[in-house]
Design a protein around this ligand. Structure first.
Ligand code: HEM
Length: 404
């Protein structure tokens, strides 16, 4: 083993503090160069797993759903502690052929008719939130703005009654333990159960009196010739919150942090010198909200010349692929004008993010609101990093916006 490789194995990718203490860019560059398909030894009685870091290998692995399955789980922390209990029932952790049928049903939530109205409301919400904090001195962008966009959007998507939203918001906050190293995991579990029970109740109500909303549509659909159980509809409704809330929030926070860090780039976006669409893609690459997704090999296979045995866990590191110099020109540079920009922040292949259009629309609404209202973006404190091996980004962002 070369000293460099030895250096890379010193990182424990199962420990959230690793991502807070070390410089990930330098670490992943070393991995891509010296050990691009790396065997990570198991620790504390947990199994070992493969770590794939080059863009081309990550893309090929996302595409190869036939040999790299999702049904045992797709997040390292879950996989190392056993199988995902939602496997085969929740879209993200279901394999073909059921995955394809379930995805067709879930896609109804994202029809142009539904999305058009939801996006309009996102744009209004973003404009109001940004207007309220501009010129008001220092504030926490995470708490005052970013937190209020994604969950409201998913509630709009699912036509959640306004009266139920405060409960959902409160449960969702305690369900997310990644903000805080000291968070009580049992309180988080209880909150997740509350959300699931809420959706079970909602699905039963919509089955009894169907409307033309998304929950009613999913509840009425058939997969494999049979209607979905109430629990499975509820689970898949909840999965939209799981998939779309935190990821959208950290990408919004990342946008503001990046513009505070690179004021020249902010000025170019603000003054219309750079297209908002390319800026959105670069924010997504720069943020890479989901650090990794995982798969389980369903057969023996080869990745990047390494032999992977059936049953092995294979982790695909988006945070590395999106900064691979073999794919991106000067990847360490935040460049809102970057084209092409084929990042893997939304994954790739059969499990490509179902909410990508909405995720992009939320960021576009934020950038539009900022460009229309804000002249200067200045950091006023140190943002706090999220404590996780999965979610990448910050949970606070002290900042001040000056008005245009
Ligand atoms: C899947 C990222 C927003 C719902 C995924 C995957 C990624 C991702 C990387 C692929 C997972 C895999 O291959 O195993 C993101 C990011 C977002 C975002 C970075 C925001 C910036 C959303 C939103 C929703 C959503 C807003 C819903 C409203 C889902 C669902 C899947 C998924 C349901 C599973 C798709 C499948 O397995 O077929 N997301 N997502 N996501 N995402 Fe997103």
């Amino acid at each position: 083993m070369s000293p460099t490789t030895a250096g890379t194995t010193a990182f424990d990718l199962t420990d959230p503090t690793t991502f807070v203490r070390h410089d990930p860019l330098a670490f992943w560059a070393r991995m891509r160069d010296h050990d691009p398909v790396h065997w990570h030894e198991g620790r504390d009685g947990r199994p070992g797993f493969w770590v794939v870091s080059r863009y081309a290998d990550v893309l090929a692995a996302y595409t190869d759903a036939a040999r790299l399955g999702s049904a045992r789980g797709t997040v390292l922390d879950v996989l190392l502690h056993g199988d995902d209990s939602a496997g085969g029932r929740m879209l993200a952790v279901t394999d073909r052929p059921r995955h394809r049928d379930l995805r067709t049903v879930m896609l109804r939530a994202f029809s142009p008719r539904v999305l058009g109205a939801v996006v309009e409301r996102v744009e209004r919400r973003a404009a109001e939130l940004v207007r309220d904090v501009t010129g008001a001195g220092s504030f926490d962008f995470a708490a005052e703005v970013a937190e209020h966009i994604p969950l409201g959007t998913i509630c709009d998507l699912l036509s959640i009654p306004a009266a139920d939203r405060p409960d959902l918001l409160r449960w969702n906050k305690s369900a997310l333990s990644s903000d805080d190293a000291e968070a009580d995991p049992y309180a988080a579990l209880e909150a997740r159960n509350e959300i699931l029970l809420y959706f079970v109740d909602l699905v039963e109500r919509r089955r009894a009196a169907p409307g033309d909303d998304v929950v009613s549509m999913i509840a009425a659909a058939e997969v494999d010739g049979a209607p979905l159980s109430v629990e499975d509809v509820a689970l898949n409704c909840y999965s939209l919150i799981l998939g779309g809330d935190e990821s959208s929030r950290v990408s919004a926070i990342c946008a503001v942090k990046a513009f505070a860090d690179f004021p020249d780039q902010w000025r170019a976006v603000r003054d219309g010198e750079v297209s908002l669409d390319t800026a959105v893609e670069e924010v997504l690459r720069w943020a890479t909200p989901a650090m990794h997704f995982a798969r389980t090999a369903t057969t023996d296979l080869e990745i990047g010349g390494r032999r992977i045995r059936a049953g092995s866990v294979v982790t695909l590191w988006n945070t590395s692929a999106n900064f691979d110099e073999r794919q991106f020109d000067r990847p360490e540079r935040f460049d809102p004008a970057r084209t092409p920009n084929k990042h893997v922040s939304f994954g790739h292949g059969p499990h490509f993010c179902l909410g990508a259009h909405l995720g992009r629309a939320e960021l576009r609404a934020l950038l539009t609101a900022l460009a229309g209202t804000v002249s200067g973006i200045e950091a006023t404190g140190t943002p706090r990093r999220v404590y996780s091996t999965f979610l990448n980004g910050h949970s606070t962002m002290p900042v001040a916006f000056t008005a245009r």
